[in-house]
Structures are given as C-alpha cells and as structure tokens.
Design a protein around this ligand. Sequence first.
Ligand code: NI
Length: 177
Amino acid sequence: MIRPVLRMGNPRLLEVAQAVSVCPSPALDALVADLLDTMRHLDGAGLAAPQIGVSQRVVVFEVKSNPRYPEAAPIPLTVLVNPVITPLADEQVEDWEGCLSVPGLRGRVPRYRHVRYTGTDQFGEPIDRTVSGFHARVVQHECDHLDGILYPRRMHDLEYFGFEGEVAALRAQTEQG
Ligand code: NI
C-alpha cells in the first residue's frame, strides 16, 4: 500500500527508531511491502520506515535507471533490517542528495566513500556488504533516518542547498571541481 511520506518538520522524523525484535514476521512483511510500494510510486532511491511513520529500524533501497538519479550506477533491491554501518576509511566525499521527506530540494552532503554494512533482510538472512560511491551514500542517507537525521543536518555549506529546478548551475560547478 502506498503510504503518505512525512516531511521535514514533522517531529516523528527526529525520533531514534527501535530495533526490530522479531524477524521474520507478518507485520515486518507488511511494512516492507508498504515501503517498496511507496518508494517506487515516488521514484525514490530509498525509503526508511520512520518516513512513513513507523519507528522501526528498517530501510529499503534500489536504484535501477532512476529518473531522479540518471547518472547513478544500479543498486540491487535491498531490504535492510537493524542495519549497522562501519566506515572503512576517514575519507568523505560531497555530492548532491535529495530526500522524499524534503521534497523539491537538493543539497550537497558529505558522506564516507567506503563503508561496510551489516544487518539482515526481512527473512532474517544476514547481509554483509562492502560498498563505495553512490551505493555507500544511499545506505548512509537511509540509515540516518533511523537515527532521526535528515540530510540538511549533515551539510557543511548551506550555499549548496536549493530547489531542484534552480541548482543546475551549482551542480555543474561542483561536479567540475
Ligand atoms: Ni531521505
């Protein structure tokens, strides 16, 4: 079922979500189905349970050829329960992000370039991946939602924050450099 996505300013987006204690479960299956329906309906690269008002540590992400991220390499459909992210180096890179809870806006956000992430899928099967680049960025963005953090709080320079239709020149400038 497609669910409404909470928008920045809603205090529920600031909560630290609770660990999933039973996995698998029918309730978890229903939550994951709603997350996937909602993400795909909105052409999102990912979605976290708190964004649909469910305070549980569950995220989903998938990048095919996404019209909102035309330059991004594909990421397989992933359902991640109780995720843990470990940066593999101190190096951070800045790039542009959007968020379904911050509609219409884009900002340049620093993220770790290389991370390992672990957790399980919705069936309780372990996931353990080492990723970099856009995949690493998406995981960090989605898991931040589980700790009540929206991407503007990660930004160093609010000069590089603006409406999708307006930031093309800034993007071109930052992508050259
Ligand atoms: Ni988001």
